[in-house]
Write a protein that binds this ligand. Structure first.
Ligand code: PLP
Length: 384
């Protein structure tokens, strides 16, 4: 027998009460019953986004919603800034390229956050810039970007700020309206504790003006049609009804716990994980000054093949963690601590890592990371 532990930064585990909703009979999407659930979901999403702005739901992975922002806000030939420090920041530039948008790319070293000052200077010297694209938590490296500062900078210009918060929303602080974020995108399979397949986007009044004039081709992704449907308590096309019903349940759970408590709990799990991995003499990959709360990345020790750690954990112990992507393939491991992942799931992960690292030749004292984690977890924290 092998139990299954999912510690990857998406998809993440689903609470049983959410999974149960997926087995209910399918509602027809043009009924009042579905309409009621849909309205509850849209209101719940606005709570998680911390916004009063128009909020839309799509049946798609997160990347689809990222693409929808480019299609709805821009016209071919428009100039934009993409501030990137990893795979998902780079994805914005690839999508813009596909739509004929001119990209000024501001790259930061992987493991560090994007630099707000760089964005400010670039906006100043390029007044034609229509939009600034960046990422909330960069899942490929484990850093969080300073969206509050970037929001203040972009708000002073004609450009709109577009955020990929696919891995961070509902887990790490993000306040759409207070931080002046014009467009924020997220997906169901991470902080929302749901299965993959739904994506969300909220759009400020400033960004809606762009939606009205954009010339990029759009059909399935057309926000104007989606907005009209939301006002009729439905979606333009057949949605993933089952997922919408289960999302209503996870949003109830999120509301019941409260966002601030979730942020504090996720932060504590991040603190525990960083300490546990360091105690195994693993060097953290993300600069600790900007390490995010939703996952922790650590360097693979010299002489060990990163892929082997991930594969052995999964095949022998049923524990799924993630390796590195693109230029970090084989070089880092990534453990998630967002959504429904709790302290004891992490302790299983640490124990598994101790065994596997030891077997692969890394000097490990059995129980070391688990002991460090227990010590921190045992400290009373009134915020969590
Ligand atoms: C920050 C970020 N952006 C974009 C994506 C892509 O989302 P999806 O795989 O749902 O298209 C992910 C998923 O890992 C992510 O973490």
């Amino acid at each position: 027998m092998k139990k299954y532990f999912l510690l990857t930064p998406g998809p993440t585990p689903i609470p049983p009460q959410v999974a149960q909703k997926e087995s209910l009979p399918i509602l027809h999407h043009r009924t009042d019953e579905f309409g009621q659930v849909f309205v509850e979901v849209i209101n719940g999403l606005k709570y998680v986004f911390q916004t009063k702005n128009e909020t839309l739901l799509m049946t798609s992975s997160g990347t689809g919603a990222m693409e929808s922002t480019v299609a709805n806000l821009l016209s071919p030939g428009d100039e934009v800034i993409v501030a990137s420090s990893g795979v998902f920041g780079d994805r914005w530039a690839k999508i813009c390229d596909a739509y004929g948008i001119k990209v000024i790319k501001l790259d930061s070293e992987w493991g560090r956050s994007v630099e707000p000052q760089n964005i400010e200077e670039t906006l100043r010297s390029n007044p034609k810039i229509k939009a600034v694209f960046t990422t909330h938590t960069e899942t490929s490296t484990g850093v969080v970007n300073d969206l509050k500062t970037i929001g203040e900078i972009v708000d002073k210009t004609e450009a709109v700020l577009v955020i990929d918060a696919i891995s961070g929303l509902g887990a790490q602080t993000l306040y759409t309206d207070d931080w002046k974020l014009d467009v924020v995108v997220s997906g169901s399979q991470k902080g929302f504790m749901c299965a993959p397949g739904l994506a969300f986007v909220c759009i400020s009044p400033k960004a809606w003006k762009y939606v009205e004039t954009a010339k990029c081709p759009r059909f399935y992704w057309d926000y104007r049609r989606m907005k009209k449907s939301v006002s009729e308590k439905q979606t333009p096309f057949t949605p993933a009804v089952t997922l919408v019903v289960s999302l209503a349940e996870s949003l109830r759970m999120i509301k019941e716990e409260g966002l601030e408590k979730i942020f504090a709990r996720t932060h504590k799990l991040a603190t525990v994980t960083r300490a546990a991995l360091k105690s195994l003499n693993l060097k953290l990959f993300a600069d600790e000054k900007c390490a995010c709360d939703v996952l922790t990345s650590a360097m693979v020790p010299d002489g060990i093949e990163g892929g082997k750690i991930v594969k052995t954990l999964r095949q022998e112990f049923g524990i799924s963690i993630a390796g590195g992507q693109e230029k970090l393939k084989g070089k880092i491991i990534r453990l998630a601590h967002m959504g429904y992942i709790d302290q004891f799931d992490l302790i299983v992960g640490f124990a598994g890592l101790e065994i596997v690292l030891g077997r692969l030749g890394h000097k490990v004292e059995p129980g070391r990371a688990v002991g460090v984690a227990e010590k921190i977890l045992g400290e009373h924290d009134k915020n969590v």
